[in-house]
Design a protein around this ligand. Structure first.
Ligand SMILES: [Zn+2]
Length: 207
């Protein structure tokens, strides 16, 4: 049974309660949109998805199909059950924040994934006094042997999706990244909405 089926509006964030075993399918409707993602435990207020621990457990700087996202207590939180484009999702770069946009020359307020995270938490009556590193779904950051990295437009195409299975009761937080200055959300630098569907079984979540 589908529990939730909706859009995360461009440049905004949303949080979704998931029970262990439920699957979230996140669809890149336009192909170009990076989605910053976090998970927070529903039972421990200070347990959250940790990219440091995730890289350690997977022995990889990327998240790829079959790998797990683990918490700062090294417990499995989510599994990347499926990935239509078989991408290397970034775990290295920080979520965008107000200071990045200021340094990029923006005048006045610019929405950011960090602010989206805290807004989405507040809507579910949760809070954290800091912003954990995000899992950057669809974000295309190739890393070279010399340790340097590049920032490219997403390699996904319209309709590509990932499926994340919750391994514990958690709050899934998503931000449709508002970055419109660099090409990280595509060459047209236009943030777009994304679709999310949560269901009890994986194939159901695809429909
Ligand atoms: Zn962002």
């Amino acid at each position: 049974m589908t529990v939730i089926s909706e859009m995360v509006p461009a440049s905004h964030g949303r949080a979704y309660r998931m029970q262990a075993g439920q699957v979230a399918v996140i669809a890149n409707l336009h192909g170009n949109q990076v989605v910053d993602a976090w998970a927070l435990s529903e039972t421990d207020p200070l347990e959250f998805s940790s990219m440091d621990h995730t890289r350690s457990v997977n022995s990889s700087i990327y998240l790829e199909k079959g790998m797990k996202v683990v918490s700062n207590r090294r417990r499995p939180m989510m599994t990347l059950l499926d990935d239509s484009a078989l991408l290397c999702h970034d775990t290295l770069l920080c979520p965008c924040n107000a200071e990045i946009y200021e340094q990029l020359g923006c005048d006045g307020y610019h929405r950011s994934c960090s602010d989206n995270f805290h807004e989405a938490l507040a809507a579910k009556e949760r809070q954290l006094p800091f912003t954990p590193a995000s899992l950057n779904l669809f974000m295309n950051v190739p890393v070279h042997a010399d340790g340097s990295l590049e920032r490219h437009a997403p390699a996904s195409k319209a309709g590509d999706y990932v499926a994340l299975r919750a391994e514990m009761d958690l709050l899934l937080v998503l931000s449709a990244c508002p970055q419109d200055i660099t090409v990280i959300n595509g060459d047209d630098r236009t943030p777009r909405n994304i679709a999310i569907r949560i269901a009890g079984e994986y194939p159901e979540a695809l429909q």
